[in-house]
Design a protein around this ligand. Sequence first.
Ligand code: ZN
Length: 463
Amino acid sequence: MGFDTMIVNGRVVTATDTYASDIAVSNGKIEAIGNNLPRDNAKKIIDAANRYVLPGGIDVHTHLDMPFGGTTSADDFETGTRAAAFGGTTTLIDFAIQYRGQTLRTAFDTWMQKASGRAVSDYAFHCIITDLGAAQLEEMNALVREGVTSFKLFMAYPGVFMLDDASIFRAFRATAKNGGLVCMHAENGNAIDVIVQQALAEGKKAPKYHALTRPTTAEAEATSRAIALAEMAGAPVYIVHMSCNDALEKVREARDRGLPVYAETCPQYLYLSLENMDAPGFEGAKYVFTPPLREKWHQEKLWNGLKQDHLQVVSTDHCPFCFKEQKELGKDDFTKIPNGGPGIEHRMSLIYSGGVAKGRFTVNRFVELVSTTPAKLFGLYPRKGTIAIGSDADLVIFDPKRKHTISVKTHHMRVDYSMFEGIEVTGMPDVVLSRGQVLVEGNQFRGRVGAGEFIRRATYTQQ
Ligand SMILES: [Zn+2]
């Protein structure tokens, strides 16, 4: 009797420790960690010399196979999870959308159908609520019991996704009782709409006006309001895709007061800026997502927020639309450009490169931001998000020295451009395992379509 797989000679990295050790895997779980484990009879041995062994990345913000603006995001659960695997991400939390008049159950069932049989690695769902009556408030409790323990609400997109403050407050009161966590898209959608209408009336229709009509103050105001509503309800709140220092300051103040307030940012806000919107012709449309890109000085504030724990998570908000035919829907009017950008594949390398290789924070903090804290906040820990006996063997053998230049020519996402084209990163995954099965080895995909499972998540616990 031997282990199914052994990973030998690597340096194991968790959110707290870095140490040399072998890891033994059986039945998809980590069975042993140590330096004198018997290697005889192991069915497979992977040599991780000179490399790190990290817990698989967890991306808690993706939109695969999502209808938006008359089209559908270009990656489905098969291509999206495969691209994620190439980048070292082995678990996704995607969003099941409740449209007006629907039950939350319909949303959950619809997205389960999209994912099951297709995803190559494990997945879970947040439920987006766009219509919150008494029946849906009841349904929130039922979903929490079934392992859908977080909900996304919008303070933007009036008439489509936006909820009013009363509904938001009711949702917070429900999660305060049922152990759910509200994820908030924090932008003042009503004010933004006034600015957008004025821009259109003045004939300002190019892509860059997407960014210029969504001020940082609108994000900061909504962040502050979300925190206040959560505080009144006695509930935690998680602010998604934070893009600017103004909003970050609101989160920092709330956390200084001891409130259970959390926020994520995404690689695009750390690497790109308003300057990208000035790309020639219609090219700026490649960077049309919400919240928009900001002035460059915000980047360093966000990096510092990650270092200081004012920001706790890096996700991608992966929502790819091809430049040809999809982004082009908004050729004559920026409000018709499908909102979203592709990023699921490069999160780990971009954050390792800019964070650890550039000396901004430690490799342990990196693991915490891309895997451990996402797992803890969203009820996946300790099954996911760490390297420990009994945890799922979602593992990444990561070469901290290997350099790679990001390009549409080599990426695995099903989209015809890269937001990060030409950026050189230091640090790349070499081998990626999901529940003990090799998903990616070098440039080869070795996983199986449909191998991913839906993961029921535990309720929120304060971090
Ligand atoms: Zn999103």
